[in-house]
Design a protein around this ligand. Structure first.
Ligand code: UD1
Ligand code: CA
Length: 453
């Protein structure tokens, strides 16, 4: 089957009140248009034609980066949905089957697209739904025997027609050869003065072509016109993903408080507490547990690693059985080997920490290569930046860095070295030796008087 998807995305989206074109607003971290394109591709569309108008430049830029295979069709004036589809038709061969989708109806399922394509056959298929409140939608007109004869838009409908609860979702499928002919006959003599795509339904019926209806799920065909609907779509999307993960064996403390804006893979007995945001690619090994209110972006964690509350991990990887947090921050390039402990208010950037090394409180480790079993005390800072360039700190296995020490990079701390608390180290500290560097010796003054107010 030569399936061509035509995706309408030329509308302005005025009600979003945004400088960003509507279809670039994100659901689950992906622009709405990206969801629709991915769905079309999963349904084996041979080509995707995206009809752009308002904000075309911005949308095109995004398409070039994320969906370079999609065709862009410009609809300079938005004269209606039929006119929009017509702009794409020169790119569609006569023997193709066309499915029309909407850039602002992001959550349609691959299954619905497949069903529509299959139902169309050599005729026309439209996706419909029964709504308790059909206001604003086109209504499906049927004969007494149930044959579909047309669609009437809200503004053009009579009071009796407005009572019909079976509505047009907008999605349809038909052979290109027929659709092209019907589109050529659509006029704009209606309440809105627009070329309505829905008029092809009556044209098909007049041609004695069978019009099939495919029942769509209410959740999947809801469009996004304002930010309230965008937020509602986001919740539906997150809920559906969370429920799927639960069925797949992921422990989520609360599926209503789960946000994934990318992809997640997980092993057995992985648990995620409430309020976490997962972005980009997140990989969690067996028995990983993530505490409440953590942010994980492009993160890979080995089996048995635990992330405690309020930690922020970005572009970081950890081995097995690490303990990270609470209140830890791993920045891009943080690489923890197995059994590493990173505690509260510790920031690690572009640094590798060897097996069983620990930085449990209040430290900054940047541009460092840290060996195994190193203890980094509270308040230790790697002074990696001289105001112009970044420099590396190297710390050998089994070193002990006393609290409140500064390591002025570039600098090397030897294996087993012991740095006394409060030292400022700017030269190499030799292996297995105690190095101390404080401003002056401690003195006490007897009989000293406290200052008075
Ligand atoms: C349309 C259907 C209606 C259906 C409803 C479902 C028509 C005439 N009506 O109505 O039967 O119940 O969708 O949500 O099709 N667009 C363009 N170019 C245009 C006009 C629209 O690209 O010239 C795009 C819009 O950006 C939008 C989509 O097409 O994504 C639908 O257009 P809209 O004007 O919102 O149609 P509705 O009045 O909602
Ligand atoms: Ca609409």
């Amino acid at each position: 089957m030569n399936l061509h998807a035509v995706i309408l995305a030329a509308g302005q989206g005025t009600r979003m009140k945004s400088a960003l074109p509507k279809v670039l607003h994100r659901v689950g971290g992906t622009p709405m248009l990206g969801h629709v394109l991915a769905t079309a591709q999963s349904a084996d569309a041979a080509a995707c034609h995206v009809v752009l108008g308002h904000g075309a430049g911005q949308v095109q830029q995004w398409l070039q980066a994320d969906f370079p295979g999609a065709d862009v069709v410009l609809q300079e004036q938005q004269l209606g949905t039929a006119h929009a589809v017509q702009q794409a038709m020169p790119l569609v061969p006569d023997n193709a089957l066309v499915v029309v989708l909407y850039g602002d109806v992001p959550l349609i399922s691959v299954e619905l697209v497949r069903k529509l394509a299959a139902a169309a056959g050599d005729g026309l298929a439209i996706a419909t739904a029964e709504l308790p409140d059909p206001f604003g939608y086109g209504r499906i007109l049927r004969t007494a025997k149930g044959r579909v004869t047309g669609v009437v838009e809200e503004k053009d409908a009579s009071p009796e027609q407005r009572a019909i609860r079976e509505v047009n979702t907008g999605l349809l499928a038909a052979p290109a050869r027929r659709l092209k002919r019907w589109l050529a006959h659509v006029g704009n003599d209606n309440a809105k003065g627009e070329y309505y795509l829905t008029d092809v339904v009556a044209l098909a019926a007049n041609d004695s072509v069978e019009v099939q209806t495919v029942a769509a799920g209410l959740d999947e065909v809801e469009g996004v016109n304002d930010r309230l609907q965008l937020a509602q779509a986001e919740r539906r999307y997150q809920r559906a993903r969370a429920e799927q993960f639960l069925r797949d064996g992921l422990h989520l403390a609360d599926p209503a408080r789960f946000d994934l804006r990318g992809t997640l893979s997980f092993g057995r007995d992985v648990s995620i507490d409430v309020g976490c945001v997962l972005e980009g690619s997140v990989e969690l090994g067996d028995n990983v547990s993530v505490g409440p209110y953590c942010v994980l972006r492009n993160v890979k964690l080995g089996a048995g690693t635990r992330v405690d509350a309020h930690s922020v991990l970005d572009g970081a990887a950890a081995g097995r059985d690490c303990i990270i947090g609470p209140f830890a921050r791993l920045r891009p390039g943080a690489q923890l080997a197995d059994q590493v402990h990173i505690g509260n208010f510790v920031e690690i950037k572009k640094s590798a920490l060897g097996q069983a090394s620990k930085a449990n409180h209040l430290a900054y480790v940047g541009d460092a290569v840290v060996g195994a079993r190193v203890n980094i005390g509270a308040g230790v800072i790697t002074c990696n930046y001289d105001g112009a360039n970044k420099h590396v700190t190297t710390i050998g296995d089994d070193a002990f860095i006393g609290t409140d020490s500064q390591l002025v990079a570039p600098v090397t701390i030897g294996r087993g070295a012991y740095i006394a608390a409060g030292s400022t180290i700017s030269k190499e500290a030799p292996e297995d030796a105690l190095t101390i560097c404080r401003a002056r010796e401690q003195k006490s003054f007897k009989g000293w008087k406290k200052p008075k107010k």
